[in-house]
Design a protein around this ligand. Structure first.
Ligand SMILES: Nc1nc2c(c(=O)[nH]1)N[C@H]1C(S)=C(S)[C@@H](COP(=O)(O)OP(=O)(O)OC[C@H]3O[C@@H](n4cnc5c(=O)[nH]c(N)nc54)[C@H](O)[C@@H]3O)O[C@H]1N2
Ligand SMILES: Nc1nc2c(c(=O)[nH]1)N[C@H]1C(S)=C(S)[C@@H](COP(=O)(O)OP(=O)(O)OC[C@H]3O[C@@H](n4cnc5c(=O)[nH]c(N)nc54)[C@H](O)[C@@H]3O)O[C@H]1N2
Ligand SMILES: [Mo]
Length: 800
């Protein structure tokens, strides 16, 4: 038992405790699988510690040995694909295992819990505390004027919801949110129910996430998804990783990058922060965890200023054009440009006018760094650009990504081996949910196919995205809000505004696995419907049902939960949608809801007739590694844009200058959270031991603002309205942590900082909150001595 004897990071103690306390031989025997996992190293040990704490050793072993296996369940962590073919026993990472432990916990939040704790009391708790209380076990309702949730029967809950929906003067006064964990099957039925009801109001987490990528990619290459596979990454010469922290958020990606490097690929990290996983790495599946004295994944680190990436991509394009001018034929793929592209000449003229000094100012990078990077691009025969939230959550995010695409197009580097675009998705099925029609502006072809399959008439008017949904509730244009998963209140910007918007609703409904802050900002009536998660066994129609998901690289595969659910009252998301639809539409509706609820194969059959690429869905999804959806640029260099060509877009250059006496704040994830779910209060990759209310700031900026490292301050954000007046928002009590970040650029954790993000501060075209580009200033604390690590998000409990 290597792991028990080798104390690393102190994480062996949970295992030791178990060894001492294991009561029966049988339990010991069953834990052997856990021991096998133990031998895989400390990152796995951290996973086990979380597992043991939340669900005990036996359930931990049973769970982790099924994670990402062909007959197991898909990791609810991130959307990074599994390695096709032979899978390792531990085909998961530390953070995936934490996500699983969080869901598979044996702790429960039952009616007694809600009787003990009123909503105002729960509002004063931290997000960390809320998340640790366990799985929701019963449908609950809070009635007008009450301070407590109380139990309600499923049928009664459906009746209340259906009644509210039917009473609306216009279906567009209802809003239906989706988070990205929802399976394909549930998502397909959910959007069907919503459209049959009569609205396209389907905001989803994508609106806060990769919407900018989808928008930019649709405009340039005709499809809003990435064009590369894992194999492409392994065959690339050069991989740029911009605005992404894979060591924390997509750890399994690092193993692929390591393989690529072994084959000679060069990796360039573009980030304001020296993120640990990129700069010091060890395979999380076989060695001492991502940290330790590992190797650098990145060959080069460009410490870019926040929001400087568009300037970088344009500057690099200019340098590449200059090389082509000096040595024609060395850079441009003329054949590809002539055959497949539109707008190149106009774009090139625009790019030639870019001023490289401006690029240096905007990026904070020296001329030689730019030239070296350009040289690496010229030398590479196959380049991949990967990115995540560091590019998408800026005001000029869409233009930035379009400029990244142009850098590849000019060299013909799309639809060839080892090259292309790689937006790395977040939620494990966020891409699949969009494919299934969770989209406020789904295309006509999709709506028509639904009409034909089900004999309904889908509404054509575009619906609200997340930001517009908040505006609609705030302004009284919507009064019923339903969420399929997620934590709308904490994930969206402008927390106070969003809370007021939700509280102004007549009804809010949350389909959830765990308690979160959104349950506490409810409408006059609030309902919680507890649901099965990815890990749970789902028995319907007398047999075990399976669902499917689509990963970041368009691979669709099955997920089968195997654990005994936390309570016998839980229902699957599919069942909840079907049962609600039956209450809403009555019997005899054209959609066979009852059949769908009892046989998920029937849902897949319907999907196979509605959505291109899903032909023969039930057969192909049962293949060991599932199947890959079509992607015209990747498969046949076909571009389904308006012009039928890959499009160069000439974008004006934007960046984020730092106003005098102010700082630009990015809001990001720690190593110990999953979006709004906080696993722990530390961030060991950034050296934070406890406490999430920290501000990472350049030491000179601390000094210039008259503070000392460790001082605690309030943050005030500033937002200039179109009429020139300035709005201010405040978040209290952040500790100043000197850190390696560009001058004028600071970082702090989401969701604690969401109250600072103005609702109207969004990316052009994608309407994504620009939560990595918030202008702030430091001010002395308003309430010194207050709680050191208070509620994740400050909301006034009295206004509940
Ligand atoms: N363990 C864990 N895994 C997760 C999640 C989680 O919360 N926890 N969340 C999931 C989800 S939904 C998503 S979308 C992904 C998110 O994955 P990431 O995008 O990696 O998440 P963030 O923490 O927002 O990190 C953004 C990164 O971009 C950098 N950055 C910020 N602004 C800029 C900029 O202007 N330019 C450049 N070049 N870099 C910039 C930041 O320094 C940081 O490294 O992860 C998914 N996986
Ligand atoms: N300031 C700032 N804000 C951000 C971001 C940022 O970087 N900065 N990132 C944005 C991004 S990228 C995203 S994706 C969003 C995330 O937004 P969301 O997806 O809305 O938020 P999560 O925190 O992932 O949702 C967690 C909740 O989902 C529920 N849940 C978990 N699993 C299941 C399930 O299987 N079924 C159901 N029905 N419920 C489940 C649990 O109740 C849990 O409390 O946040 C966005 N907000
Ligand atoms: Mo995301």
């Amino acid at each position: 038992m290597g792991c028990a004897r080798r104390p690393i990071d102190g994480y062996d103690t949970a295992y030791d405790r178990y060894q001492r306390s294991a009561r029966s031989r049988r339990e010991r025997h069953r834990s052997q699988r856990a021991q096998i996992l133990c031998r895989r190293g400390p990152a796995v040990l951290v996973s086990l510690r979380h597992g043991f704490e939340q669900m005990g050793p036996v359930r931990t072993a049973r769970t982790l040995t099924k994670l990402n296996q062909q007959h197991g369940f898909d990791c609810p962590g991130c959307a990074w694909p599994e390695t096709p073919g032979h899978r390792k026993l531990a085909e998961f990472c530390e953070n995936g295992a934490k996500a699983v432990a969080e869901e598979a916990t044996t702790r429960t939040v039952d009616p007694g819990f809600f009787a003990r704790h009123s909503v105002p009391e729960l509002l004063a708790r931290t997000d960390y505390w809320l998340g640790r209380q366990g799985r929701l076990t019963h449908p609950m309702i809070i009635r007008p004027g009450s301070l407590h949730y109380e139990p309600i029967d499923w049928d009664d809950a459906y009746a209340v919801i259906a009644e509210h929906l039917r009473a609306l003067p216009d279906p567009n006064e209802a809003i239906f949110y989706t988070s990205g964990r929802t399976s394909n099957e549930a998502a397909f039925l959910y959007q069907l129910m919503i459209r049959a009801f009569g609205t396209n109001n389907m905001p989803d987490c994508s609106n806060m996430c990769h919407e900018s990528s989808g928008t930019a990619l649709s405009e340039t290459i005709g499809i809003g998804k990435g064009s590369v596979s894992v194999t492409d990454l392994e065959h690339a010469d050069l991989i740029l990783i911009a605005g992404q922290n894979p060591g924390t958020n997509h750890p399994r990606m690092l193993s692929v990058l390591e393989k690529a490097k072994a084959r000679g690929a060069k990796v360039i990290a573009i980030n304001p922060l020296p993120e640990a996983g990129l700069l010091r790495f060890k395979d999380p599946q076989k060695a001492r965890g991502v940290l330790g004295e590992g190797v650098a994944i990145a060959d080069e680190f460009l410490q870019i200023r926040l929001g400087g990436d568009q300037a970088l991509f344009q500057g690099l394009a200019k340098l590449l054009l200059a090389v082509e001018d000096r040595a024609p034929g060395t850079v441009l793929d003329r054949d590809f440009l002539d055959r497949h592209c539109a707008g190149f000449e106009q774009w090139a003229t625009h790019i030639r006018a870019v001023d490289l000094d401006t690029v240096s100012t905007a990026t904070g990078l020296s001329r030689s760094q730019l030239e070296d990077t350009a040289a690496a691009l010229v030398a590479s025969r196959a380049t991949i650009i990967c990115w995540a939230m560091g590019l998408t959550q800026h005001p000029h995010a869409v233009a930035t990504i379009e400029d990244a695409v142009a850098l590849l197009l000019m060299r013909g580097m799309i639809g060839t081996r080892g090259a292309g675009v790689c937006p790395v998705r977040g939620h494990s099925n966020v891409q699949g949910d969009r494919t299934m029609g969770i989209w406020e502006k789904a295309p006509e072809s999709f709506l028509q196919a639904l009409d034909t399959e089900f004999g309904i008439r889908c509404p054509r008017q575009h619906g609200y995205d997340a930001v517009d949904a908040i505006r609609a509730m705030r302004d009284g244009r919507a009064s019923v809000f339903m969420a399929m998963g997620g934590n709308f209140l904490s994930a969206t910007p402008d927390t106070e505004v969003t809370a007021t918007a939700l509280r102004s609703c007549a009804l809010t409904v949350q389909v959830s696995t765990k308690l979160n802050r959104s349950h506490l900002a409810h409408g006059a009536t609030g309902i919680i419907l507890p649901t099965l998660g990815r890990t749970d066994k789902d028995i319907r129609g007398g047999r075990k049902q399976m669902v499917s998901v689509e990963d970041s690289m368009s691979v669709v595969h099955l997920s089968r939960g195997g654990l005994t659910p936390a309570s016998s009252h839980l229902r699957s998301e599919v069942a909840i949608v079907c049962e609600l639809a039956q209450h809403l539409f009555g019997s005899g509706h054209r959609v066979p809801w009852a059949r769908f609820a009892d046989d998920y194969d029937c849902i897949r059959d319907a999907i196979s007739r509605v959505i291109p690429g899903f032909e023969d869905f039930n057969t192909r999804v049962r293949r060991p590694d599932g199947f890959v959806l079509p992607h015209p640029p990747r498969d046949e260099r076909r571009f389904t844009t308006d012009t039928g060509k890959a499009t160069f877009v000439a974008n004006d250059l934007h960046w984020l200058p730092v106003p005098e006496g102010r700082l630009i704040l990015q809001t990001l994830r720690s190593h110990d959270q999953y979006n709004t779910t906080v696993y722990g209060l530390g961030d060991r990759y950034r050296g934070i031991k406890a406490g999430r209310r920290v501000l990472f700031i350049h030491p000179d900026d601390i000094e210039a603002s008259g503070y000392a490292p460790g001082d605690r301050v309030d943050l005030v954000s500033e937002w200039t309205r179109p009429d020139g007046t300035v709005e201010e928002r405040r978040a209290e009590d952040f500790r100043l942590v000197p850190y390696s970040t560009p001058m004028g650029n600071v970082a702090a954790y989401y969701p604690e900082t969401n109250p600072l993000v103005p609702l109207d501060h969004v990316a052009l075209k994608s309407n994504t909150p620009a939560s990595k580009a918030v202008t702030v200033r430091l001010v002395p604390r308003r309430a010194p001595g207050k709680r050191p690590d208070g509620p994740g998000i400050e909301l006034d409990p009295k206004s509940a």
